[in-house]
Design a protein around this ligand. Structure first.
Ligand SMILES: CC(C)(COP(=O)(O)OP(=O)(O)OC[C@H]1O[C@@H](n2cnc3c(N)ncnc32)[C@H](O)[C@@H]1OP(=O)(O)O)[C@@H](O)C(=O)NCCC(=O)NCCS
Length: 381
C-alpha cells in the first residue's frame, strides 16, 4: 500500500542496519565500542587491540593480539611502486588527497584485491590500516624535502607514525597520548563517512574502494576538519585574556564556536573529557601551556554564553591542540583522523556484508512531466 512520501533529508534518525559495533548515548555522555566504554578502552587498551576488537568483534587473547600485531608490522612498509607514485605527487598536494589516492592505488599492488570471504576482507582491512600512517608520514617528509623514514618494528602503530613523521621515536608519554587519540577516533557509529563506506560495501566492491569512499567523505569541512578549525581559532585568539571578547563577538555575529556542538551529543562528548585531560598533562609536560589555557578560556566563556542550550564541547575542541603539541602539522589532522577511523570503517563494512542488501534509496521526482524532444536547430536562442 502506498502512503505519503516522507523525505528524510540528511537521513536524520534513519536506521540502515542493526550493529554490534558502537553505541552512543548522546544524552548521557556515553560511548561504547563493542560494549566496552571509551573510558576503559582509553585507560587500558591500545589502538591495535581496539582495532582488533572493532574488526573481529571481541577483545583478543594474548596469542590473537600477537598475531594481529605481527600482521600489522609486516604490512607497514610501502611497496616500492607505491612509494614511487607518492614521490611523483606535487609537493603542494593536500595530504588528504594524497591519502585518498594512495589508498586507492594500494589495490593495484594487491594481486587479489577482491574477496568475498570474511577472512579475506579482514586481511585487506589490516593491510590498509597498517599502511595509512606510513603513507601520510612519507608524504609529509617528501613535501619538506626530506627522505621518508621506514617503519620500525619495535614501535606501536601510533609511536611509529610519530617516528616516521619527525625522525625521532616519541617518548613513552607522547606515544601513549597518540595511541589514546587514535583509539578515540577509531569509531563513531553511522556518521557520514561510515555510511559512505557502507554504501560502497553494499555493492560488493573491494575494501580499497570502500575506504577510498570513506576518505573522500571525511574530506569535507562539515565532517573532518573541525579540529583544524578549532585549533586555528585558539591560535587566532592567542591569549586567555582575549577569549571573552572573541566568544561574545562570534556569537553576536551568528558564528559558531569550533569544537562545540554535535548532532548526537547533547551534553559532554565523552571523548572531549579524555582529550582535555591528556591535553592538560601534555601541555604542562612540554611547558607549552598558553594554547591550552586559551582553549580553556574560550570553553569557559562559550559555556557561560551557551548555558541552557544543548551545545557542549566536542572531541575537536582539544584534539587539535593535542596533535599540534605532538608535532603533527595542522593539515595532517584530518588524515590522522582517517588513519584511525579505518578501523571503524572496515569493521562496519565487514559487518554489513555479513547480511548484505544493496543500498538503493529513492529520490522524489519533482521535475516536469514528459516533454516533447526539440531538435537543436529548432530550440529558441
Ligand atoms: C556539529 C554541528 C554541525 C551539529 O549541528 P546540529 O546538531 O545540526 O545543530 P544545529 O546546527 O541544528 O544547531 C542547534 C543550535 O545550536 C547552535 N549551535 C550549534 N553549534 C554551535 C556552535 N558550535 N557554536 C554556537 N552555537 C552553536 C545553533 O546555532 C543552533 O541554534 P538555534 O537553534 O538558536 O538556531 C554544529 O554544532 C557545528 O557546526 N559545530 C561547530 C563545528 C564542529 O565543532 N564540528 C565538529 C563536530 S564533532
Amino acid at each position: 500500500m502506498k502512503g505519503p512520501v516522507v523525505i528524510h533529508k540528511g537521513l536524520d534518525n534513519v536506521y540502515v542496519k542493526e550493529s554490534t559495533i558502537c553505541f552512543i548515548d548522546g544524552e548521557a555522555s556515553k560511548l561504547f565500542y563493542r560494549g566496552y566504554s571509551i573510558e576503559d578502552l582509553a585507560a587500558q587498551s591500545t589502538f591495535e587491540e581496539t582495532a582488533f576488537l572493532l574488526i573481529r568483534g571481541h577483545l583478543p587473547t594474548k596469542q590473537e593480539l600477537v598475531d594481529f600485531n605481527r600482521r600489522i608490522l609486516l604490512n607497514r612498509p610501502l611497496e616500492p611502486g607505491l612509494m614511487q607514485l607518492i614521490r611523483s605527487f606535487p609537493l603542494t598536494s593536500d595530504p588528504m588527497d594524497v591519502l585518498r589516492t594512495a589508498v586507492s592505488a594500494l589495490a593495484l599492488y594487491d594481486p587479489a584485491p577482491i574477496t568475498d570471504k570474511i577472512d579475506g576482507r579482514v586481511d585487506k582491512a589490516i593491510r590498509i590500516l597498517s599502511k595509512a600512517p606510513t603513507i601520510i608520514a612519507a608524504f609529509d617528509r617528501l613535501r619538506n624535502r626530506k627522505e621518508p623514514i621506514p617503519p620500525r618494528s619495535d614501535l606501536s602503530l601510533a609511536a611509529d607514525f610519530l617516528q616516521m613523521l619527525t625522525g625521532e621515536a616519541p617518548d613513552r608519554y607522547d606515544a601513549h597520548v597518540m595511541d589514546v587519540a587514535m583509539i578515540l577516533h577509531a569509531e563513531h557509529e553511522m556518521n557520514a563517512s561510515t555510511f559512505s563506506c557502507t554504501v560502497t560495501a553494499s555493492t560488493q566492491a573491494d575494501m580499497y574502494s570502500i575506504i577510498t569512499s570513506g576518505i573522500g567523505t571525511l574530506r569535507g569541512p562539515l565532517h573532518g576538519g573541525a579540529n583544524e578549525a578549532a585549533l586555528r581559532t585558539v591560535m587566532e585568539v592567542g591569549d586567555p585574556s582575549n577569549a571573552e571578547d572573541y566568544v561574545t563577538r562570534a556569537l553576536s555575529e551568528g558564528r559558531r564556536i569550533m569544537g562545540f556542538g554535535h548532532r548526537i551529543y547533547k551534553t559532554w562528548d565523552p571523548r572531549y573529557v579524555i582529550l582535555k585531560k591528556l591535553g592538560a598533562e601534555l601541555a604542562s609536560q612540554k611547558g607549552e601551556t598558553k594554547l591550552f589555557e586559551t582553549a580553556v578560556a574560550i570553553e569557559q566563556s562559550a559555556l557561560k554564553h551557551l548555558a541552557g542550550s544543548s551545545v557542549f564541547p566536542n572531541v575537536d575542541s582539544y584534539s587539535g591542540i593535542v596533535f599540534h603539541t605532538l608535532g603533527i602539522p595542522v593539515d595532517l589532522f584530518t588524515p590522522v583522523f582517517a588513519m584511525s577511523r579505518i578501523a571503524g570503517w572496515t569493521a562496519h563494512s565487514i559487518e554489513y556484508l555479513e547480511s548484505n542488501r544493496l543500498i538503493r534509496p529513492k529520490a522524489l521526482y519533482v521535475g516536469p512531466p514528459s516533454l516533447p524532444y526539440t531538435p537543436i536547430g529548432a530550440r529558441a536562442g
